[in-house]
Design a protein around this ligand. Structure first.
Ligand code: GUN
Length: 291
């Protein structure tokens, strides 16, 4: 069994971006600038946004963190997005999800200008991705594709099973793995809460992507010997021995599944860091398109 080390692969992406940004500076060109919007005080969202801002610093991007109270109105948030849309210094806009219930995710996503939508959530980017056209690809599925590429995992003709059909991960992942492109060309099965015989289908997977958001859902009896397992889960589970009071659990029961795998992503240190690397890459591309 070998580890798909997302920390290492993401560092390689960030090291390259750092060089690319230095080159932009030498050429007197614009430096990428990411605006991140955080509404409320959700603990996990605070951590993710802080880590995105920190990564911007690491690679030499500018970043602006905009915070709103949990009670802020949808209109105020949309107005801020409009302002960022027209600000020529801002290359990428991300609004951390989930949003409070009184704010429509759909309206927010649709308001972000597609050429600044570095999260790849706007329907125009999703549509372009489905058609195989140049687009921003959502950071988690894009990060997983970059991880497969980093470790040169053979995908062509293999059976990939994606468990979970969210707009953020499962659905785009299924499209990318089935695309006629490098690290695609899989035969893909997408499973969800109504799937019958889930265990039997998972057992047929050469590549298994667990993205359903249930801690340790995938157990050893669901995984074929030699499979490549990608664990997208990051559930916080109470653990009083930790300073933070919790530990992160993936969607895969790592201890029992890992010995059966050819490759597996750990949690933490697998898909999580790749998501950030992919976001940084998208932000760089948004800026380059302007330069
Ligand atoms: N919440 C969970 N994943 C993501 C992501 O990739 N982007 C944003 N904006 N919010 C998220």
């Amino acid at each position: 069994m070998q580890i798909l080390d997302g920390k290492k692969a993401s560092q390689a992406i960030k090291d390259q971006l750092k060089l690319d940004v230095a080159q932009l500076a030498v050429e007197g060109k614009k430096i990428p600038h990411l605006a991140a919007i955080l509404v409320g005080n959700n603990g996990a969202s605070e951590t993710y946004v802080a880590s995105k801002v920190k990564s911007c610093e690491e690679v030499g991007f500018k970043s602006t963190l905009i915070r709103f109270e949990e009670s802020t109105s949808e209109m105020k948030l949309l107005e801020k997005i409009e302002e960022l849309n027209t600000d020529p210094d801002i290359d990428g806009i991300l609004v951390q999800l989930p949003l409070p219930n009184h704010i429509s995710d759909e309206k927010v996503i649709n308001t972000i200008q597609p050429d600044k939508d570095v999260d790849g959530f706007h329907p125009e980017n999703v549509g372009r991705m489905v058609q195989g056209l140049p687009s921003f690809i959502a950071a988690t599925p894009f990060g997983i594709m970059l991880l497969l590429e980093h470790y040169k995992i053979e995908t062509k003709g293999r059976h990939a099973v994606v468990v979970g059909r969210s707009n953020i991960v499962g659905r785009p992942m299924s499209i990318l793995l089935s695309s006629n492109s490098s690290y695609g060309n899989c035969t893909v099965t997408i499973c969800h809460s109504h799937t019958k015989n889930l265990k039997e289908i998972c057992l047929q997977a050469d590549i298994l992507v667990a993205a359903l958001g249930k801690a340790e859902f995938v157990t050893a009896d669901m995984v074929k010997q030699g499979a490549v397992v990608i664990d997208v889960g990051i559930t916080r589970v109470v653990d009083s021995t930790k300073k933070s009071g919790f530990k992160l659990k993936g969607d895969v029961q790592y201890e029992t599944v890992a010995p059966k795998c050819s490759w597996i992503t750990p949690v933490p240190g697998g898909v999580g860091p790749m998501t950030i690397g992919a976001l940084m890459k998208n932000t760089f591309m948004a800026c380059r398109a302007k330069n």
